[in-house]
Design a protein around this ligand. Structure first.
Ligand code: HMG
Ligand code: MG
Length: 298
């Protein structure tokens, strides 16, 4: 049976924009974040404290975070790859961070320049500091349905990494189909394997739509009991270390599907479409969301 309520984690300002080659000014990011808040989103991933040499678009993350007029009840997690990133986060008063591991050795190397084991050790140090500062920590596992370098990934590997992050103290584990290659039954098998080690209510689905499977995959895992979905307004994004990956599933498309099934989210469709239109206009492109296009045309 399907959940009555779903929490949508909006990742557009971070996962969406990190891949844009043209620099997006901090004021535009801030306006986007504000419009997303107004649409009723309660979690908005606002940026990352990573090396600006690796991901130049996120270099303004401290400035962006400091300028957000935070709305009560809304959280603004920031990605942190190491202790250096955590220091930057603490310096601007961040209350929630996300650490990001992967189920593939090759992807981990390309993305954060270390092995899976090294990344877990690194994140253990980050976690310890985060605990001392009372930060909430979300954990990501990338490449859960396939890797751009290694191809198929065994569900056991995914479950192992997810369990390690959960046992370390992450309150939620987001499972990323980074390249968007998965299909529904495979998504269910992966979720079932992870749920043997991490409670289902602690799992989030973070699916990309490269092969047009994201909504089908989401529906498949909703049926298994997942009730947290990561998505990106207007379908922004990709991944700098996953060539050819298109954006995250569009928040508008997810909301339309959930609304149609009577599942509550607290998100307002017309305000969401407006947020998507704002950033698409800035980037001078059509929203990747089919729902947004249909509603704008109507
Ligand atoms: P490295 O080169 O191995 O690190 O990179 P290093 O410690 O040798 O440092 C190299 C340089 O970076 C030094 O500067 C450091 O000071 C600096 P230099 O001396 O050359 O001038 N540095 C930093 N600067 C700012 N903030 C920091 C930081 N750390 C070191 N925190 C590192 C290792 C992890 C830093 C690098 O690989 C990196 O930044 N990677 C981030 C990659 C990234 O952001 N990827 C996208 C997010 S993951 C994703 O999108 C997937 C997800 O959405 C889920 C899904 O879709 O599946 C989460
Ligand atoms: Mg992603």
């Amino acid at each position: 049976q399907l959940p009555q309520q779903v929490k949508i984690v909006e990742v557009g300002p971070r996962d969406g924009l990190q891949n844009e080659s043209a620099s997006v000014p901090a004021e535009i990011k801030l306006e986007l974040i504000q419009k997303l808040e107004q649409a009723g989103l309660s979690v908005i991933e606002a940026g990352s404290f990573v090396s600006p040499k690796w991901v130049p678009q996120m270099a303004s993350s401290a400035e962006v975070y400091q300028s957000i007029e935070q709305k009560p009840g809304v959280s603004y997690p920031m990605l942190v790859p190491n202790l250096r990133g955590l220091e930057s986060a603490l310096a601007v008063g961040v209350e929630e961070i996300a650490i990001f591991a992967a189920a593939s050795e090759s992807f981990t190397r390309k993305n954060i320049n270390c092995s899976i084991d090294e990344s877990i050790t690194r994140y253990g140090d980050v976690m310890e500091q985060a605990r001392q500062h009372n930060l909430r920590v979300r954990g990501y596992v990338s490449c859960v349905l396939g890797c751009p370098y290694e191809g198929a990934i065994a569900v056991e590997r995914v479950a192992e990494v997810a369990q390690r992050l959960y046992e370390m103290g992450c309150y939620e584990i987001s499972l990323g189909d980074t390249v968007g290659v998965g299909t529904p039954v495979q998504a269910q098998q992966m979720i079932d394997a992870v749920a043997e080690r991490v409670p289902m209510e602690r799992l989030a689905a973070h699916f990309h739509d490269t092969y047009g499977q994201a909504l089908a995959n989401l529906f498949a895992v909703l049926q298994r009991g997942v009730s947290v979905i990561d998505s990106s307004v207007s379908g922004l994004g990709g991944c700098p270390y996953a060539k050819g990956a298109s954006g995250n599933v569009a928040t508008e498309d997810v909301l339309y599907m959930l609304n149609g099934m009577g599942i509550e989210t607290g998100v307002d469709m017309s305000k969401l479409v407006e947020a998507g239109r704002f950033i698409s206009d800035f980037l001078q492109r059509q929203p990747a969301s089919k729902v947004a296009r249909a509603l704008i045309a109507a």
